[in-house]
Design a protein around this ligand. Structure first.
Ligand SMILES: Cc1ncc(COP(=O)(O)O)c(C=O)c1O
Length: 397
């Protein structure tokens, strides 16, 4: 006779997390597209540019020359050297090649850092709005997210005082993501430095997500690596995805003090091992050849941002903080709550998708309730088309 003991299907760990909300939106949009809908896509967070030709050429040459084998887990020496040299030239950091690890995307670098640092019950301070994956990566590691709400009327500014209030004896790490996804907010170098110092003094790690560090429109870009006195408690997680329009290549990296870098490499040795050999060779080309492509893309993003903000300003009731980095706008749509049955940002995004065929991501995915996120990494024509659809749709509510 069969026993009635409940059969546990999957681990507790996997049940703690959800599918990335941005990926979910992309999947829903893809279904509509497959059914023939003509969508305007502001959903996915990725450059619309092609990967620059010299980077593609380097990958093709690498394949032709048989750079197709396993490599050391943290990357080939040439790549580790190129990562630290580029970072030193751009930000004045002083990492050694053995403190650099290449990973299969910046997301894996963040995942590795949090797995290595966080134990069950440890607290990780996470400023809101946050990039969708942080919450789940922290929880998967067994950590507890301690949220710090930022104020939209202050441009989503994050101050050292706000962080300090949330520190407890269980605080293990603080996440800083500047320029920020989804708000596009850029921290002031002074606030940034003060948070690094206060964390360092208390032995708390700062995980600096610098995925958009080259897309800072507010002045001279800066990095956590620019402040040598705090390096002992800093992990920089970076990526070539946005900087060089290489999202699908999966090349991210971490820069961290040698013992931490070694622990992250140990973890990676038991999961993905290295990222692909030819991709590493292409990354060396990206990091060591001319950086003009980065400047050109940045100049175009600034124009697209300005076009998007100007078009949003024509929709009555919508307000939007001027983003100073990344390629997102994060408008507040709460003026429309209560109209035509709309109760939330999720309702706005859903109905925009199905009724106006415009893809956006609801703010709930990023920890706020009144916003939707639009990625303006698309053509000027698509921005004009999508924002006109939005204006018509909102006006009819
Ligand atoms: C804030 C932030 N961090 C990290 C990543 C990870 O990027 P990737 O894994 O492509 O390097 C993303 C991607 O959207 C992001 O927006």
């Amino acid at each position: 006779m069969a026993t009635l003991t409940a059969v546990k299907q999957f681990s507790d760990r996997i049940n703690r997390i959800e599918v990335s909300a941005t990926m979910a939106v992309v999947a829903e949009a893809a279904k509509l597209k497959a059914a023939g809908a003509d969508l305007v896509e502001f959903g996915a967070g990725e450059p619309h540019f092609s990967t620059p030709q010299h980077i593609k050429d380097a990958a093709i040459a690498a394949i032709q020359h048989d750079f197709t084998r396993y490599t050391p887990v943290p990357g080939i020496p040439e790549l580790r050297a190129a990562l630290v040299k580029r970072h030193a030239a751009d930000f004045g950091s002083d990492y050694k090649p053995e403190e650099a690890i290449a990973s299969t995307g910046g997301k894996l670098a963040l995942f590795n850092a949090l797995q290595v640092l966080v134990d069950h019950g440890d607290e990780v301070i996470l400023p809101v709005p946050y990039w969708v994956s942080f919450k789940d990566i922290i929880e998967y590691a067994g950590g507890r997210c301690v949220y710090v709400e930022t104020d939209e009327s202050a441009g989503f500014r994050l101050t050292p005082e706000m962080i300090e209030q949330k520190i407890t004896p269980r605080t293990r790490a603080i996440i800083l993501n500047t320029p920020n996804n989804p708000s596009g907010a850029v921290m002031s170098p002074e606030d940034f430095k003060s948070i690094l110092r206060l964390a360092h003094k208390r032995g708390i790690y700062v995980i600096a997500d610098e995925c958009y560090v080259y897309l800072n429109y507010s002045g001279r870009p800066f990095s956590a690596g620019s402040f040598a006195d705090v390096r002992e408690h800093v992990v920089i997680c970076g990526s070539l995805s946005k900087t060089y329009a290489m999202t699908g290549w999966r090349l991210g990296f971490a820069l961290a003090p040698a013992p931490l870098a070694a622990a992250m490499s140990k973890l990676q040795s038991q999961s993905t091992s290295s990222t692909a050999h030819m991709i590493q060779k292409a990354a060396v080309a990206a990091l060591t050849d001319s950086q003009q492509c980065v400047a050109d893309m940045k100049a175009e993003y600034i124009q697209l941002r300005d076009q998007t903000l100007a078009a949003l300003a024509k929709i009555p009731g919508i307000t939007c903080v001027r983003p100073e980095g990344a390629f997102y706008v994060y408008p507040n749509v709460s003026a429309y709550f209560g109209k035509s049955g709309i109760k939330s940002a999720a309702d706005v995004a859903k109905r925009l998708l199905h009724e106006a065929h415009v893809v956006t991501v609801p703010g709930e995915a990023f920890g706020t309730r009144e916003h939707i996120r639009l990625s303006y990494a698309t053509s000027s024509g698509e921005i004009a088309r999508g924002l006109e659809r939005m204006r018509t749709w909102f006006s009819a509510l």
